[in-house]
Design a protein around this ligand. Structure first.
Ligand SMILES: Nc1ncnc2c1ncn2[C@@H]1O[C@H](COP(=O)(O)OP(=O)(O)OP(=O)(O)O)[C@@H](O)[C@H]1O
Length: 322
């Protein structure tokens, strides 16, 4: 909840589930109940995952703001074999099909995904409808450890655009739709704002919440995969190792952070680096058999905890409009 408050204060936020295959990452992020009209009992709410819970909290916070002051768009991507796919892209018949996308870094240093689909959403259930509609597209493969193992990293992005109070007062309907998150909105009325809290009351901003269900780290001997699945494991393990390297570089405050060593870390650069706020949720197996994998996961958690981000922006420091 505090992270979502930060999101509306002008920070990018990333929440990710990390752990070995079969340890419960998808269960943690998605939960065992989808968010629809029929899943409102308290017990069902408790078994919701982080993604539906975050969507509920985000829209609750937005409902406390002036009406129409914030718009939300959802994008869903997967990183599979070190390539990015837009899972909300539609074919000419209107069916969702995963389409390949490129990552570009703009001249201002922001990360942009070419032609990414942003679907406007007005409620938590619309967010979950979009997320659930693409679950069948995500790469899965049975292994000896997990019969329905995800072979890709799933990234659900909620992009929040705020409008300036002046624009609201004048009934201006301009929104940033079509411009990338983390990039300046080209309207001349959008000027840099001096601090996160100031930004909320004075000038519009664009922030993103990235909710990440990582593919599982995997020991090939245990999972028993071969052929094409072996290449998938190699890509998964390399990207997770790149994530660990990025966290290590951030923790040691090295001048160079190797975001570009994998598509996963390049894609998440805006929401794990700089002054973004990152929460890593570790999923570990309770069994002795997976002790090596559990220790490896705890090692990544230790690295993540050692990351000390920059001090909060000073009041008079210009904030890059996102
Ligand atoms: N806390 C939990 N309560 C009940 N069932 C759980 C829990 N955590 C995981 N499970 C069940 O364990 C199985 C594996 O979980 P899940 O699919 O979330 O693993 P994963 O870490 O995402 O695996 P992979 O990386 O291979 O995709 C699923 O059937 C899931 O429903």
């Amino acid at each position: 909840k505090p992270l979502l408050t930060s999101l509306l204060d002008g920070y990018n936020v990333c929440i990710m589930a990390y752990g070995q295959t079969g340890s419960g990452k998808t269960h943690t992020m998605m939960g065992s109940h989808s968010l629809d009209e029929h899943s409102r009992t308290q017990q069902e709410a408790q078994t919701q995952g982080i993604i539906p819970k975050a969507a509920v909290e985000l829209f609750r916070l937005i409902s406390e703001k002036p009406s129409d002051s914030h718009t939300v768009e959802v994008s869903v991507m997967e990183v599979y074999n070190n390539e990015v796919f837009d899972l909300l892209a539609r074919d000419k018949h209107g069916n969702v099909t995963g389409q390949h996308r490129d990552i570009v870094t703009t001249s201002s240093g922001a990360i942009q995904i070419t032609s990414l689909t942003y679907e406007p959403v007005r409620s938590p259930s619309e967010v979950m409808q979009a997320v659930n509609s693409v679950q069948k597209l995500r790469a899965h493969c049975p292994t000896l450890v997990h019969a329905d193992s995800s072979r890709s990293h799933l990234i659900v992005t909620l992009t929040i655009s705020s409008k300036s109070p002046n624009a609201l007062a004048l009934g201006e309907t301009h929104s940033c739709t079509g411009f990338s998150a983390s990039s300046p909105c080209p309207s001349p009325s959008y000027s840099p704002c001096p601090s996160p809290r100031h930004s909320i009351s004075q000038t519009p901003f664009r922030t993103k919440l990235q909710l990440v269900d990582l593919a599982g780290s995997e020991c090939v001997g245990m999972s028993g995969v071969s052929g094409a699945a072996l290449w998938e494991v190699s890509c998964i393990n390399r990207s997770l190792s790149a994530l660990s390297d990025v966290l290590g570089a951030l923790a040691e405050q090295r001048p160079h952070v190797p975001y570009r060593n994998s598509k996963l870390t390049h894609l998440l650069q805006d929401s794990i680096g700089g002054d973004a706020k990152l929460l890593v949720m570790l999923c570990v197996s309770p069994t002795q058999r997976f002790i090596t994998e559990s220790l490896q996961s705890l090692g990544l958690g230790t690295r993540a905890r050692q990351v000390h981000k920059e001090l909060p922006r000073k009041k008079n420091t210009p904030l890059k409009v996102r």
